[in-house]
Structures are given as structure tokens and as C-alpha cells.
Write a protein that binds this ligand. Structure first.
Ligand code: SF4
Ligand code: SF4
Length: 368
């Protein structure tokens, strides 16, 4: 007996697949499944988070609908995966945010942007909000640097604590001792697998779309999004070091490291999420957890808006629009930070942890 109906269904499918084993070369899910004869709730949540949703095992399956076995591994694991994220959420009271995620993220983003605009106008002279400010320290005429660093530092710290607590719950659920999460060989292998999206290639042919012609576009757009996000994070980190270590204040000239990193990252966050949305619209609905599509769209939209508002701020930072653009950018980034533990962002964290366990299991079995 399992905790939910979807886990019952996942158990049924994994039992069928374990007898068939036709898909064992497609990804990490099937080899991990073959290491087991029965499946606990934790095992199924582990397999669900190991799945990269490429769709290949549905297209290749001789038992997919209309066959009476009704085997649909991608969709079943997608539903189980999203359920697991809600179950691991910390604090538990916020797990309901996963249910109506698109609406929740939209409201939080709109309130954050409004709060920054109102805050700038209320606490600073509204003339300053619409004035032209240039040179080092221009942004801090609207909000002191220390206040900005404290607010965003607190939001990021909260997100990190909530994510760590979620990972702890996941690691316990799959039955692993906490100490093993720090095994360097498995951490490194998982980092390589995640960094290359090794298992998002449908066994080498790519992701499957509505027309059943596999391609690598989803992987490409995901790479642009992921590395764009990392570059933007690096840009902010370098700017913070500039501020506190060598007393250089933003905004910086276009050739300076924080601007170069931020521009490249911002371009990645424009092209990557736009491409992911396009690919999403082309996916065969039978493969996806449709009721929770809003969660995917909200997260992709937030990443796109982060890139778009950042680039807009760079382009018009010397104009009278700078105050509003800064409020928009800060509002979007703030809402992205505080909603990270309660939306699609967590897929990267749990998938990485599942890959760590997979690397560990393979090493124990004598594979590299
Ligand atoms: S998805 Fe279908 S073809 Fe693939 S292992 Fe399972 S039952 Fe076999
Ligand atoms: S959808 Fe792709 S990643 Fe997921 S189980 Fe099937 S083949 Fe593996």
C-alpha cells in the first residue's frame, strides 16, 4: 500500500517496466528501477525526481495507450514528482502554494513590484524616483545599498534554509543517512550529469514533441536558462564584492566584469525561457501534468522577466526611467527569491539530489 493513488500507479508501472526492461538505455530511471524488486514511497519519489521528462519511454513503449496496460511513465512520474515537492515543502503550511502556483507567483510578483515602487516614492522624494541619476551610487539614491543588501540577503537566506529543509525531508524519505549526502565522488558525478543534462536526451535522440520527432531544442534552451541564471548570480556576487572589498559602487561601465556577466546572463534569460515556453506549447499533452502547467509557466515567466528587466535597466539606466525600471527589476528578483522553495525552481535541487543518490548506487554496484 502506498500513501497516494499516483504512487500506487507508479508502483504498477515500475513493476511492468521491471519485467519488460526495453527502456533501460534511455535514462537513469530504468537502471535505478532495475536495482529494486519492490518500491517504497521513497523509492518512487526518488525515481520520479530522477526522471527528466524527455518523453522517450512513452513514444517507445509498446504498452502505452490504447494498450490495456495503459503505461505512461513520463506523466505518472511528473504527477508524483510535483506531489513530492509539496510534501517536502518547509514550512508545511506553504505546501499549498504548489497547488495554485501560477496564481500565487503572479500575485506575489505584482505585490513585490508595487511595494518597491511605492517604497521608492514614499521614502524617497517622488522627484528622485523620476529624476536622472548617473555615475557611481546612482541606484542608491533610490534605496541605500545596505538596505538593499539586507533585504535581498534575508530573502536569499530564507530560500536557502527552506530548500535545505526540503532536501533533508527528501533524503530521509528515500531512506538515506544524512552523512552520505556529502560523499564527494557522488556529488561530483551528479554535478557533471546535471550540468550536461545527461539524461534529457531520450537515450541520444532528444526530447519528444507533439509530432513525435525528437530534437535537442529543450536541452539547448534549458542550458541557456540555467547558465544565464548562474551568470546573473555571479554578476551580483562580483558587484557585492566590489562594493564591500574595494569600495566601488554600481552602476559600473559596460566593460566591467559585473556588467559583462550580467549582460550575458540576461541574454541567456531572455532566449532560454522564451524557447522553453515555445517548446512547452509543442509538447504532447499526454506526457505532461497539465493541471500543474501554471507552475512551469510561472517559473519560466519569472526568469524571463528577471532577464528582461535587468537588460532594460542596463539600457536605460541613464534616463528618467531608471527609478521605475530599478523598482521593476528588484520587485521581480525579490519575488523570485522568496518563491523559490515553493515552485518549479525546486525541480533542479531535487533532481540533483536524486542524481547524487543514483551516482552513489552505481558506485556501490561497481559502475563508474
Ligand atoms: S515504458 Fe514500456 S517499453 Fe519501456 S520499459 Fe516500461 S513497459 Fe517496457
Ligand atoms: S520520460 Fe525520459 S527521463 Fe523520464 S523515465 Fe522516460 S525516458 Fe526516462
Amino acid at each position: 500500500m502506498h500513501g497516494t493513488k499516483i504512487l500506487e500507479e507508479a508502483d504498477r508501472l515500475m513493476t511492468v517496466c521491471n519485467s519488460c526492461r526495453y527502456c533501460e538505455g534511455l535514462c537513469a530511471v530504468f537502471p535505478a528501477m532495475e536495482m529494486r524488486r519492490s518500491f517504497s514511497d521513497g523509492d518512487l519519489n526518488y525515481l520520479a525526481n530522477l526522471c527528466h521528462a524527455c518523453g522517450a519511454c512513452y513514444t517507445d513503449c509498446q504498452f502505452s495507450p490504447p494498450h490495456e496496460y495503459n503505461v505512461n511513465v513520463p506523466k505518472t512520474l511528473a504527477v508524483a514528482r510535483a506531489d513530492s515537492w509539496a510534501a517536502y515543502a518547509w514550512p508545511r503550511a506553504f505546501s499549498s502554494v504548489f497547488a495554485r502556483n501560477g496564481l500565487a507567483i503572479s500575485i506575489i510578483a505584482a505585490l513585490s513590484v508595487a511595494a518597491f515602487i511605492f517604497g521608492f516614492a514614499a521614502f524617497v522624494d517622488p522627484q528622485v524616483l523620476f529624476g536622472i541619476h548617473t555615475g557611481p551610487g546612482a541606484f542608491y539614491k533610490l534605496m541605500p545599498h545596505n538596505a538593499m543588501a539586507a533585504l535581498f540577503g534575508a530573502a536569499l537566506l530564507y530560500a536557502i534554509v527552506a530548500l535545505v529543509m526540503g532536501v533533508r525531508a527528501f533524503w530521509r524519505d528515500i531512506g538515506e543517512p544524512v552523512g552520505l549526502l556529502a560523499e564527494p565522488g557522488s556529488l561530483w558525478q551528479a554535478m557533471k550529469d546535471a550540468g550536461q543534462l545527461r539524461y534529457l536526451d531520450g537515450g541520444g535522440v532528444g526530447c519528444v514533441n507533439e509530432d513525435e520527432r525528437p530534437n535537442d531544442r529543450r536541452k539547448l534552451f534549458h542550458h541557456l536558462t540555467f547558465y544565464g541564471f548562474l551568470l546573473c548570480f555571479a554578476a551580483t556576487s562580483v558587484a557585492t564584492l566590489y562594493h564591500y572589498l574595494i569600495a566601488r559602487e554600481a552602476p559600473y561601465p559596460w566593460w566591467d566584469l559585473p556588467v559583462v556577466l550580467g549582460t550575458l546572463g540576461g541574454i541567456g534569460l531572455l532566449i532560454g525561457p522564451a524557447g522553453l515556453l515555445m517548446e512547452k506549447s509543442r509538447r504532447d499533452p499526454v506526457l505532461v501534468d497539465q493541471p500543474r502547467s501554471g507552475m512551469d509557466v510561472a517559473f519560466i515567466a519569472m526568469l524571463f522577466l528577471t532577464g528582461a528587466t535587468g537588460i532594460a535597466l542596463l539600457l536605460w539606466r541613464d534616463s528618467a526611467a531608471m527609478g521605475l525600471l530599478l523598482a521593476l527589476h528588484l520587485g521581480v528578483v525579490f519575488s523570485l527569491f522568496i518563491t523559490m522553495p515553493y515552485g518549479k525552481f525546486v525541480h533542479g535541487i531535487y533532481r540533483y539530489v536524486a542524481l547524487v543518490r543514483y551516482a552513489k548506487e552505481r558506485r556501490q554496484m561497481g559502475h563508474t
